[in-house]
Design a protein around this ligand. Structure first.
Ligand SMILES: C[S@@+](CC[C@H](N)C(=O)[O-])C[C@H]1O[C@@H](n2cnc3c(N)ncnc32)[C@H](O)[C@@H]1O
Length: 204
């Protein structure tokens, strides 16, 4: 994997852009800020099990903004421990907790405080008790080594300045033999060279 070299100023700009964009998303700007289907339509289009997603309250399902059905490639073991990196509003985290059952548990981390607050509210509305959320960067996960059976990250790595560090962190917290699944969008054109243009084009 190629490490993208950003200056400390660029990293500051990227992180500030993420915080500002996802605070707006958490405030309700779902339809305005995404060009791909989000919410229940997004999950249906990606092939999520409808029996699972239709059990979610409608306003919780509406806050999904992932890009793939990760549980198809990283099944959640019954009784397992799952980590969702960049959990956003926590929809995958809540579904993972359901799939893991009462003996299992899921944890979500996200750098945007408004998203963490929304995820906690979504868990309460969904009646999920074996789930927890904390604010953290994908580049520095607040967990010991090898403590998760499954690690997922849905639509997040494209926003992380040091992808190599984030990948190393995901690997560190995964137990030997566990499953790691990451999905994201890719840019087919040349990447903009300056960070202002790059962040202005997010979501296009
Ligand atoms: C497109 S949303 C995806 C949310 C969620 N995974 C889903 O599928 O609905 C991207 C999320 O990544 C979070 N994020 C971006 N960069 C991050 C980083 N470096 N560390 C942790 N979270 C990050 C944002 O705050 C946002 O909630």
């Amino acid at each position: 994997m190629v490490r993208t070299q950003f200056t400390p100023q660029d990293i500051g700009k990227i992180n500030r852009s993420v915080l500002s964009r996802y605070a707006k998303v958490a405030g309700g700007a779902w339809r305005k800020l995404f060009r791909y289907p989000t919410g229940k339509d997004g999950m249906d289009g990606l092939g999520y099990d409808k029996a699972l997603t239709s059990a979610l309250p409608g306003d919780v399902a509406a806050t999904y903004c992932g890009v793939s059905h990760l549980f198809a490639s990283a099944p959640v073991p019954l009784g397992g421990k799952i980590l969702d990196i960049g959990c956003g509003a926590g929809v995958d985290t809540i579904l993972a907790a359901r799939l893991a059952g009462p003996e299992g548990a899921s944890a979500g981390v996200d750098m945007t405080p408004e998203m963490i607050a929304l995820a906690a509210a979504n868990a309460r509305k969904s009646g999920a008790t074996n789930v927890s959320f904390s604010r953290a960067s994908a580049e520095s996960l607040p967990f010991p080594d090898q403590c998760f059976d499954t690690v997922i990250s849905n639509g997040v790595f494209n926003l992380v300045p040091d992808k190599q560090k984030a990948l190393a962190e995901a690997w560190r917290v995964l137990r030997p033999g566990g499953r790691l699944a990451i999905a994201d969008q890719i840019l087919s054109d040349e990447s903009p060279r300056d960070v202002d243009t790059m962040t202005a084009h997010w979501g296009r």
